[in-house]
Design a protein around this ligand. Structure first.
Ligand code: C2E
Ligand code: CA
Ligand code: CA
Ligand code: CA
Length: 274
């Protein structure tokens, strides 16, 4: 049979139909969940690298699929991206997180943005309206983006980025070290922050070569005046290396998993103990 009209001929395989069907069903369920307001947001602590004090949280989407249980964002975000649901899902996460931030005057917030949202010409207007509605100062919020769209459409990406920054928002380059990202992008697009990917942080356990490479990367970012957050920090040893390398913020299971607003509120009352 012809493979989805993409011009590739494949041997008929009934499992392909099954896979497609279950994906279609998941898309239908996701669409309903978004419409019903069933997408939840959890918050992962981000701490100051020197004091380990809670300074910020990253908003992360959660979906408990009716009749199935929790679905990983690594599964439902790509489905939202290919089915046109990401604009709606992204704004729903943003507005929930901003409302929550209103209760946490001492914290900052990071929210993830997919390339698909960035591509939507109305995106910046929607973001501006969401901030006005929540009455949140945009300077408290960082939008996290991976390099994909910046590689695909650099001119348009830069335009959208400039408009977002003129609202007062900051933009972070997410997942640095997981893809093709280079420090060159930081300079070229004027990112406000770099987030070092978990894979790079975990590589520190493999020895001094990895440590040296990371130190050089962080030093380069800092020489451009760009602060660096390390994510996926799981051990105290990693935290120490990253702080000495010059990261000003740390995030990872060592400091806290993504958690409910109530749990974050409790963390604010009780300073981080390790
Ligand atoms: P991300 O933006 O890189 O978010 C960090 C992911 O790493 C989260 O996974 C978090 O739970 C996990 N993580 C944090 N610390 C540690 C650690 O110490 N060890 C390990 N093993 N993992 C850690 P999560 O919540 O499953 O999200 C996965 C990805 O899904 C996110 O990666 C992001 O790309 C995407 N995502 C989640 N929520 C949203 C959203 O609202 N919008 C968009 N566009 N993407 C989202
Ligand atoms: Ca992120
Ligand atoms: Ca990341
Ligand atoms: Ca990611």
């Amino acid at each position: 049979s012809k493979d989805g009209g993409r011009g590739r001929w494949t041997v008929y395989d009934p499992r392909m139909d099954e896979e497609r069907q279950s994906r279609n069903q998941m898309e239908i369920d996701l669409r309903e969940a978004i419409a019903r307001g069933e997408i939840e947001v959890v918050y992962q602590p981000v701490v100051d690298a020197k004091t380990f004090a809670l300074v910020s949280v990253e908003a992360l989407a959660r979906w408990t699929r009716r009749g199935h249980g929790p679905v990983s964002p690594d599964v439902f975000i790509p489905i939202a991206e290919t089915s046109g649901l990401i604009d709606q899902l992204g704004l729903c996460v943003l507005s929930q997180a901003l409302r929550q931030l209103g209760h946490w005057p001492e914290l900052k917030l990071s929210v993830n943005v997919s390339p698909g949202q960035f591509r939507d010409p109305a995106f910046v207007d929607h973001v501006a309206a969401t901030f006005e509605e929540a009455r949140i100062e945009p300077g408290r919020v960082v939008l996290e983006m991976t390099e994909t769209y910046f590689i695909q459409s650099p001119e348009r990406a830069r335009l959208a980025m400039d408009r977002l920054r003129s609202l007062g928002l900051r933009i972070a380059l997410d997942d640095f070290g997981a893809g093709f990202s280079s420090v060159g992008y930081l300079r070229q697009f004027g990112f406000d922050r770099m987030k070092i990917d978990r894979s790079l942080v975990q590589s520190l356990d493999r020895g001094h070569r990895a440590v040296e490479m990371l130190q050089a990367t962080v030093a380069l970012a800092r020489s451009l005046g760009i602060p660096v957050t390390a994510e996926g920090v799981e051990t105290e040893q990693q935290a120490v290396i990253l702080r000495i390398a010059g990261c000003d913020q740390l995030q990872g299971y060592l400091f806290g998993r993504p958690q409910s607003p109530d749990e974050i509120a409790a963390l604010m009352l009780r300073p981080m103990e390790l």
